[in-house]
Design a protein around this ligand. Structure first.
Ligand code: URA
Length: 431
């Protein structure tokens, strides 16, 4: 049978600003998923999409084709105490120091939600929940659908690698990561929503990042991304809403893999940085509302230890030991304050790149990340600084990586005379 399409023609159509037909999109996604279209042709098409964009209809079809590339989970038959589960999830468009899923999932579990969370690995300068959680000794995200179902009923959550959900996204995501095609509205929207539509949640809250550490930098672009994703979710029958949140400076005081788990444990123990707590609670409230759960107080679950108990149970169910010592990079470097003053702005993008250079992220698909690679921020914007004190501590397994990381940090922060005006963390809500 002759092929209805050929890759060079599809690439040329998009390269020249044309619109891809539904059939062409279905052909590309199916062909790439099954290895008939090679990486070099898909890379060229992704770059054409990056440069030319996609219409709303193309994005919707691309998303649907990615959902259709694999299994779609359905947990609507599951019951707890004879009642259907309140299936709700959250996804972030990617940030720096964005460990929120780690404390958030147990908070929502403790409030009565059930979270089927298909999580991702690091992408570009941003970290991934799976890479972070896998720094916990023994933790595995490669769990079967039977185990996900069991955990949802018994515990109220499972955090898993997307596996056979939207396998087209798994391949495209990895290719985008190494071809500089990540920062594209239709590619982000379709990537996020294909996994989330396939994973079996019934309600979804999107944390759409704005600022230097986000893939889309401006508020206008991020708003448009949030709108596109919310509409894709609603069309697929999911109760969907989004928060627009600031990502011009890293979240919390840690960026990396195990260091972010450590900070999440502090939040679950009732402490932790105020911005991480604020965003965790705001997203928890949205998730509970979207799932129709009334009367629960997310903040109380951090105070009374119930969220921590849920976290320990979840980690144990997936083979990990939440009490085990977390890995720390064997080599340590510090950056000290040149003078007295106040910490000014810390640029999230530069910090994300520094941590990526320390070994927390990948430069080629499938590369092993260093669980102990990361960075600690000792002084956040607005905090007083004394000359000579440590401002940043960097960790890696590979000493040679410090030079690149330090040069990323160069010019990314400054000690100033007057504190910068505080930025609101939660910018808007989109429904
Ligand atoms: N998260 C995803 O799942 N995909 C993207 O493209 C960006 C963030």
């Amino acid at each position: 049978m002759s092929q209805p399409f050929d890759a060079p023609t599809v690439i040329r159509t998009k390269r020249d600003g044309g619109v891809l037909s539904d059939a062409a999109i279905d052909w590309v996604i199916d062909g790439y998923t099954h290895g008939r279209i090679p990486d070099e042709q898909m890379s060229a098409l992704l770059m054409a999409i990056f440069l030319r964009g996609m219409t709303g209809a193309e994005t919707a079809r691309w998303t649907a084709a990615m959902v259709g590339s694999g299994d779609r989970l359905d947990f609507s038959d599951l019951r707890r105490d004879g009642k259907p589960l309140a299936l709700v999830d959250k996804h972030s468009t990617g940030g720096v120091g964005d460990k929120i899923t780690i404390p958030l999932v147990p908070v929502v579990m403790a409030c009565g939600g059930a979270v089927p969370q298909a999580a991702g690995r690091g992408l570009g300068h941003t970290g991934g929940t799976l890479d972070k959680l896998e720094s916990i000794p023994g933790f595995s995200a490669e769990i079967s659908t039977a185990q996900i179902r069991q955990q949802l009923c018994d515990l109220g959550a499972a955090i898993f690698a997307a596996g056979e959900l939207a396998p087209a996204d798994r391949k495209i995501y990895a290719l985008r990561d190494v071809t500089a095609t990540t920062e594209s509205l239709p590619l982000i929207a379709s990537s996020v929503m294909s996994k989330k539509i396939a994973e079996g949640a019934e309600a979804l809250v999107l944390d759409t990042k704005v600022g230097s550490g986000a893939f889309l930098k401006t508020e206008t672009e991020s708003r448009q991304l949030a709108r596109t994703m919310v509409d894709l979710g609603l069309e697929a029958g999911l109760v969907t809403r989004a928060l627009l949140t600031d990502m011009s400076t890293p979240l919390g005081r840690t960026v990396g893999n195990a260091v972010e788990v450590q900070e999440s444990l502090e939040v679950l123990a009732g402490g932790g940085p105020p911005d991480v707590v604020e965003l965790t609670l705001a997203l928890a409230k949205e998730m509970l509302d979207a799932a129709g759960i009334d009367g629960a107080d997310p903040a109380e679950t951090l105070r009374d230890g119930s969220a921590m108990d849920r976290f320990r149970g979840l980690v144990a169910a997936q083979g990990g030991d939440a009490a085990a010592k977390l890995p720390v990079g064997a080599h340590i470097e510090t950056v000290t304050a040149p003078r007295n003053g106040t910490m000014g702005h810390i640029d999230a993008m530069a910090v994300g790149l520094a941590v990526w250079r320390l070994g927390a992220g990948r430069a080629v698909p499938g590369e092993r990340v260093q669980p102990g690679a990361g960075l600690r921020i000792h002084r956040r914007p607005g905090e007083p600084v004394a000359a000579g004190e440590t401002l940043f501590t960097l960790y890696t397994e590979t000493r040679e990586r410090f030079a690149g990381a330090l040069s990323e940090l160069d010019g990314a922060w400054a000690v100033v005379d007057a504190a910068p005006p505080p930025q609101p963390l939660i910018i808007d809500r989109i429904t």
